[in-house]
Design a protein around this ligand. Structure first.
Ligand code: TMP
Length: 212
């Protein structure tokens, strides 16, 4: 188990993760709890460089396995350089997407299957999230929220791809039910915020990071 608390947010594009992450930031600031906010792909200098390559719309020739390996490379660097040291020093880490994104998008969406989990086990080692929030929202609704011109290489994919990703998420959440908390993301932002804060608060108390 991690010394600090490792929280990840997952879900289809346009499911409102960024808004909820900004609410979590406010919450941790208010409580005076030391928290690192980060994202994938990215989070480190090398990770952000890889992000640019992975999401660049002009990189049409990128094959699926190269894509999966680049996400995993960004993650390996992220875990080693930022996430593990932060958790070791007892901090809370909130990460916008992590290993489950690869399993859903590359494993299910690109249909690379179990190879994605294997690659990523090398990338993360023992460093797994304590809590993963899955923002449940039909991909068609999420996609309609994103301006077409602003869509990156993955967001641009057809609805059929995003439906496969979403189906993957639901399977993963069932399989790892001990760390997944599924949230109905079709509700208003405040209702979602309250669900997240309640779960986070409980985990902070269980670990003695927040006292009653
Ligand atoms: P973001 O828009 O949430 O920052 O994520 C960038 C895109 O990358 C998003 O469409 C999901 C996708 N993605 C994967 O396909 N595999 C991964 O491992 C990660 C972290 C993201």
């Amino acid at each position: 188990m991690n010394t600090g608390l490792f929280i990840t947010l997952e879900g289809p594009d346009g499911s409102g993760k960024s808004t909820q992450i900004s609410y979590l930031r406010e919450y941790f600031e208010e409580k005076g709890i030391d928290c690192v906010f980060t994202r994938e792909p990215g989070g480190t200098h090398i990770g952000e460089e890889l992000r640019r390559i992975i999401l660049d719309k002009d990189n049409r020739e990128m094959c699926d396995m190269a894509e999966a390996l680049l996400y995993a490379a960004s993650r390996a660097q992220h875990v080693e350089e930022l996430i593990k040291p932060a958790l070791k020093s007892g901090k809370v880490v909130v990460c916008d997407r992590f290993i489950d994104s690869s399993i859903a998008y590359q494993g299910y969406g690109r249909q690379l299957g179990d190879s994605v989990r294997v690659i990523n086990e090398y990338a993360v080692g023992e460093c797994m999230p304590d809590i993963t929030f899955l923002m449940k929202l039909p991909p068609a609704v999420g996609k309609s929220r994103i301006n077409t011109e602003e869509q990156d290489r993955l967001e641009q994919e057809k609805l059929d791809f995003h439906n496969k990703v979403y189906g993957g998420y639901l399977e993963i959440a069932k399989h790892y039910s001990e760390r997944f908390i599924c949230v109905d993301a079709s509700r208003d932002k405040e209702a979602i915020r309250m669900d997240l804060i309640e779960a986070v608060e409980k985990a902070l108390q269980d670990r003695g990071i927040l006292c009653l």
